[in-house]
Design a protein around this ligand. Structure first.
Ligand SMILES: C[S@@+](CC[C@H](N)C(=O)[O-])C[C@H]1O[C@@H](n2cnc3c(N)ncnc32)[C@H](O)[C@@H]1O
Length: 359
């Protein structure tokens, strides 16, 4: 059995052999259906002006969009800074196909790589070594400076809206939830294998404190659960009628399952660890989270980088030789304005944090 990381780098290499331009194809999506999904890809980028402003002062070089989606952020970034190149990563073939269309006007300044962002260090190393696509500006490969990394976490609107992907509790479809439908376990398979204790923890970690035990037991009793409608029905029957308000419980259960199926927290930890090894001086890491567990990880990690692991009493000069590697850009998370939320309700839970590497 190959490791996930070998699979991903295998994908990357095959993209290189096709000049970085992959065709829209995955093992579970027919070409025609995939093409239709890519053409229909509509996702409103969250905190777009804020992201563009945060990268407006970085030195010239390459920005990595670790969650390319339909390239809404990426294309505005490239339009705003003609001296930047872009390497975009996504593990969803439909998103990459949509991004390739959106990025076409920028030619060789943008490359699209099929990859999980947890292996970003390997992808960048391969690009810098010339073994994988790397942005080209005015006919010359851009230098190896990575001046920015953007991670707009979670799922895109088309992933949620397409019932066949199985992310949505409001539409019936196969209980899948994989961002990359060619790899890993589906949500249905995960539920087949999970034990009661782990399922309760998964539900609790996602805010479903009150009914976690009842829901977990109901799910285990009804296995196999193969469709989203079947899961919603099981949740509904497990939760008292008064608490079934507008799908809130189902939404937390679905979110918890999605995070587990895609190992989203493990992916985020690996991305954060790798980011500081990749960023060049004065480069910026911008992360947008939509879940309190993710935002807490981002906040604590960036604070540790900015403040070091200093053990000296607050207010006293540091004598413990703790080292810092950069600074926070703003102490608090940036949130969407009411105007943006009215236009795009998905922006309501967004929390954006930025770290700048030392100059
Ligand atoms: C919120 S959307 C990004 C939207 C994008 N910023 C735009 O403007 O269109 C998140 C994207 O990240 C991708 N994604 C999530 N986790 C990933 C991971 N670990 N590795 C690679 N891509 C990931 C998803 O497939 C999805 O397309």
């Amino acid at each position: 059995m190959r490791s996930l990381s070998t699979d991903t780098m295998g994908d990357t290499t095959s993209a290189l052999s096709r000049g970085g331009c992959e065709s829209l194809h995955s093992s579970t999506t027919s070409s025609a259906e995939g093409l239709r999904m890519a053409q229909d890809f509509t996702h409103a980028p969250v905190l777009l002006d804020e992201v563009v402003a945060l990268f407006s002062g970085v030195p010239s070089g390459v920005v990595i969009d670790a969650t390319l989606g339909g390239a809404g952020h990426a294309s505005r970034l490239l339009a705003s800074r003609p001296d930047l190149g872009l390497m975009g990563l996504d593990r969803d073939a439909v998103a990459r196909a949509a991004a390739l269309t959106a990025l076409a006007p920028f030619g060789a300044r943008a490359v699209v790589i099929p990859s999980r962002f947890s292996v970003i260090a390997e992808v960048v190393a391969a690009g810098r070594a010339g073994d994988s696509p790397w942005p080209v500006l005015d006919g010359v490969p851009m230098g190896d400076r990575v001046v920015g990394i953007l991670a707009d976490l979670g799922v895109s609107s088309p992933q949620i809206d397409e019932e066949n992907r199985g992310f949505s509790f409001s539409q019936d479809g196969p209980l899948d939830m994989r961002m990359d439908p060619s790899a890993g376990m589906t949500a249905s398979e995960l539920l087949d294998q999970i034990d009661e204790h782990s399922l309760i923890s998964l539900l609790r970690d996602n805010g479903e404190d009150r009914h976690a035990r009842r829901i977990a037991r109901a799910i285990l009793a009804q296995r196999p659960i193969t469709t989203t409608a079947q899961l919603v029905e099981v949740i509904d029957r497990a939760v008292p009628r008064a608490d079934r308000r507008r799908g809130h419980v189902a939404s937390r259960v679905f979110q918890g399952l999605r995070i587990a199926v895609n190992d989203e927290l493990g992916e985020l930890d690996a991305l954060l660890d790798a980011s500081v090894t990749i960023l060049s001086p004065a480069g910026r890491l911008v992360v947008i989270s939509y879940h309190s567990g993710e935002d807490a990880r981002v906040k604590h990690t960036m604070r540790r980088w900015a403040e070091g692991d200093c053990t000296c009493p607050p207010g006293m000069p540091c004598v413990c030789n703790s080292t810092t590697i950069g600074s926070l850009v703003g102490r608090r998370a940036v949130m969407a304005t009411e105007t943006e939320i009215a236009r795009n309700p998905r922006a309501r839970s967004a929390r954006l944090r930025t770290f700048e590497a030392d100059r």
